[in-house]
Design a binder for this molecule. Structure first.
Ligand code: ATP
Length: 305
């Protein structure tokens, strides 16, 4: 990989006898956003904490900006920004006080007012942290993690609890950081967020990476779907021969899962035209990350790398 900023090889982390991360490998190139997804308890936060230098590992190698994030923490810390899942900031400080305090402790210079405005917290400057809504607190967390423009930014579920508009605002801020060359690792449960922001993703399940790659490649490995409504008593035997699997669902729809979307869709449309049929509720989609996620969960093991 060209200019890897983060390198993780054979990472293992345990809590007592329980091994939460069981040999994880990935690299993140300078300026890219890498999405770490996974099922609940898969080990995303543990992995992220190891890469952030906040957790001792039980095996493997982690390098961030060429250094060991735990042993070389003093050198690395000023160059990275961390947005934890739960930041635990002093509840009695106001937004403006917290930002000022944080700015003082940081070696990076920053325009605090511009950052407050970018995350739509200007009208909440003098409100105490304990009085912020969950979404406002999440935006403050992001603001503090990004203050001064870190080279590498870790975002652990940055938009959990945000309404759709606030989520889009956060995406805008993240895209702005990417445009400025920031390298970002993001964990999220929102698959559309990973699709919208990440160049490459890894999906973890039970301590391991089950699927990894560029988003488009990961999606291309899953079958596409074609679906349409059929009347009661429909006989799927009348359909043309298709390369995909045809399922007649009890809801009264036919669903086709196919690796040959264009060919099967073409054959279906030719058949419908020749037969004078209208395919109501017709949908044809490439696989989504949802589909990949369900396949990982269903397999319970590595499906591809
Ligand atoms: P989620 O998506 O639910 O936030 P995650 O992928 O971030 O999960 P982790 O929080 O890294 O997963 O947890 C991985 C596993 O380690 C889980 O089974 C969790 O129960 C366990 N675990 C996490 N923290 C501890 C701890 N302090 N002590 C013991 N086990 C822990």
């Amino acid at each position: 990989m060209r200019d890897p900023v983060i390198q993780v090889e054979g990472l293992r982390c345990s809590y007592g006898d329980f091994e939460a991360v069981r040999g994880v490998d990935f690299e993140v190139a300078r300026g890219e956003l890498f999405g770490l997804l996974g099922t609940n308890g898969a080990g995303k936060t543990t992995t992220l904490e190891a890469v952030e230098g906040l957790r001792r590992t039980s095996g493997g190698v982690v390098r961030v900006l060429g250094a060991d994030p735990l042993a070389d923490r003093r050198a690395i810390r000023p160059r990275i920004g961390i947005m934890l899942q739960d930041s635990g900031f002093p509840a009695d400080l106001t937004v403006a006080e917290m930002v000022a305090f944080w700015r003082e402790t940081s070696s990076r210079t920053s325009d605090a007012d511009a950052a407050i405005e970018a995350l739509d917290l200007g009208h909440r400057r003098d409100v105490r942290i304990k009085q912020l809504s969950g979404g406002e607190r999440r935006r403050l967390d992001l603001l503090l993690a990004t203050l001064g423009g870190p080279e590498v930014l870790f975002l652990d579920e940055p938009t959990t609890g945000l309404d759709p508009e606030s989520r889009l605002r956060v995406w805008e801020v993240v895209r702005g950081l990417l445009a400025n060359g920031t390298t970002i690792v993001l964990t999220t449960h929102y698959l559309e967020e990973a699709e919208a922001l990440a160049e490459r993703i890894a999906i973890m399940h039970r301590g391991r990476i089950a699927v990894a790659g560029r988003v488009a490649d990961v999606l291309a490995r899953q079958p596409a779907r074609i679906g349409f409504d059929v009347p009661a008593g429909f006989d799927v035997g009348v359909l043309p021969m298709l390369s995909g699997d045809v399922v007649h669902e009890p809801s009264g729809r036919v669903e086709v899962r196919t690796a040959e979307l264009q060919r099967d869709l073409g054959d279906l449309l030719d058949w419908a035209r020749a037969d004078g049929r209208v395919l109501t509720g017709l949908r044809a989609n490439h696989a989504s990350l949802d589909d990949v996620f369900h396949a990982v969960r269903a397999d319970g093991k590595a499906v591809s790398r």
